[in-house]
Design a protein around this ligand. Structure first.
Ligand SMILES: [Cu+2]
Length: 172
């Protein structure tokens, strides 16, 4: 019991000393840390700026990216039946024929005409150079009339009229 009491009395001044020493010691690490942190922050900012500059330059100059579209050729339909791409994009259309007969994926204006065997898959690549709406269809006899057609939309809502205009036209 006496030993523990003596330990307590010894510890009290020791704690005070440690506390005062800590405050002095803490001053140095904090100032060093601040200096190091500022230095690291400056380096980080420089690196970020360098990253932005090098990262932005090619994006601004680069042409539109390529577009790849998967299209299913089914019995009397293409899915999707509207393909939207940006003007100038190199477009690759992968057509999967899920039927047991031949189909084609044809766009007259873009000289696209690929035949797909039953159950097979073909891809065709073209450049969407001109803005506009281009019909794609299946050139097998009767298939277009059966519903195997759709539209390639190049550019932003080129030939699509505003919904309000349509309603007004219907009323007038
Ligand atoms: Cu067809």
């Amino acid at each position: 019991m006496i030993q523990t009491k003596s330990k307590v009395t010894v510890n009290q001044p020791a704690k005070n000393k440690i506390a005062s020493q800590k405050t002095l010691k803490e001053v140095f690490p904090i100032s060093i840390n601040n200096f190091v942190l500022r230095f690291l922050l400056i380096i980080a900012l420089v690196l970020m700026l360098a990253g932005f500059i090098t990262g932005c330059e090619p994006e601004e100059v680069a042409p539109p990216e390529e577009a790849e579209v998967n299209v299913t050729a089914g019995e009397g339909y293409f899915d999707p039946d509207v393909i939207t791409v940006d003007q100038g994009q190199d477009v690759t259309v992968v057509v999967e024929n899920v039927t047991e007969e031949y189909h084609t994926f044809t766009i007259d204006e873009l000289d696209v005409d690929v035949s797909i065997e039953p159950g097979a898959q073909e891809e065709v690549t073209f450049t969407a150079a001109d803005e506009g709406s281009f019909e794609f269809y299946c050139d097998e006899p009767g298939h277009r009339d059966a519903g195997m057609y759709g539209y390639l939309e190049v550019g932003e809502e080129t030939d699509t009229p505003e919904p309000d205009d349509n309603d007004n036209n219907g009323v007038y």
